[in-house]
Design a binder for this molecule. Structure first.
Ligand SMILES: C[S@@+](CC[C@H](N)C(=O)[O-])C[C@H]1O[C@@H](n2cnc3c(N)ncnc32)[C@H](O)[C@@H]1O
Length: 213
């Protein structure tokens, strides 16, 4: 499969589910004390590193971007799916959301004080991850924090439907935190901590807390 094909499939899939995805995650942060704590840590790290605009890459319907705003962070969202961006703008008027891909991140060098990619790097194949992390490194200011949230596992899985039975065609790349930490270090990041959510479950997720060196 060519890069264009999997990106197109991912974009179309999230366009299809944008409205139902937004409805399903609307209360997710209210129900998730650990993810709220991680976002509070992220906000503190951004301030400690000097503040500035913060990019939420693969922002989906923008609920995390909006939550960061309530924590005093000047966050904006970028997403591959125009449908998701439309929903994000509808639900959070006044915040900035743009269509874009992390595989070709259209932001100036050293222009953001922090970068968050929650459940979005999961759609990037292994051989493309170093290039994406290279973009993250380029656009982050030195010392700026990077937070990644991803599904834990050893094998990718095809997701062919979701969020109310809508058709999807995306690969979900489940990874071990040690593998992602190695990629981060190879790309010039310092890895400071990791949090594993629901470690006993099949749907376990991890958050890596890193910083541009
Ligand atoms: C599972 S959703 C996560 C949304 C949100 N970050 C959250 O935590 O709920 C994955 C999102 O990543 C976006 N995405 C996938 N590939 C992307 C890419 N190459 N660049 C930017 N966004 C991408 C999708 O369009 C989708 O909105």
């Amino acid at each position: 499969m060519t890069t264009d094909e999997w990106l197109t499939d991912t974009r179309t899939s999230y366009d299809t589910v944008a409205v139902s995805y937004a409805a399903q995650v609307r209360d997710a942060l209210a129900r998730g004390p650990y993810v709220r704590a991680a976002l509070a840590l992220f906000a503190d790290s951004v301030r400690a590193a000097g503040g500035g605009p913060v990019a939420d890459i693969g922002c989906g319907p923008g609920h995390v971007t909006a939550h960061l705003h309530t924590l005093g962070v000047d966050a904006f969202g970028v997403d591959l799916s125009p449908g998701m961006i439309e929903v994000a703008r509808r639900d959070h008027p006044g915040l900035r959301f743009e269509v874009g891909s992390m595989t070709d991140l259209d932001l100036p060098a050293a222009s953001v004080g922090g970068l968050l990619a929650w459940q979005s790097l999961i759609h990037i194949p292994d051989d493309e991850v170093p290039a994406v992390l290279g973009h993250f490194h380029r656009v982050l200011r030195p010392g700026g924090p990077l937070h990644l949230l991803f599904h834990v596992g050893d094998t990718p899985r095809w997701k062919t439907e979701g969020y109310g039975g809508h058709p999807m065609k995306v690969q979900v790349h489940r990874r071990r935190p040690a593998q992602v930490a190695d990629w981060l270090r190879d790309s010039g990041f310092e890895v400071e901590a990791q949090m594993v959510l629901s470690p006993q479950e099949k749907s376990s997720q991890a958050i890596l807390f890193a910083r541009r060196g």
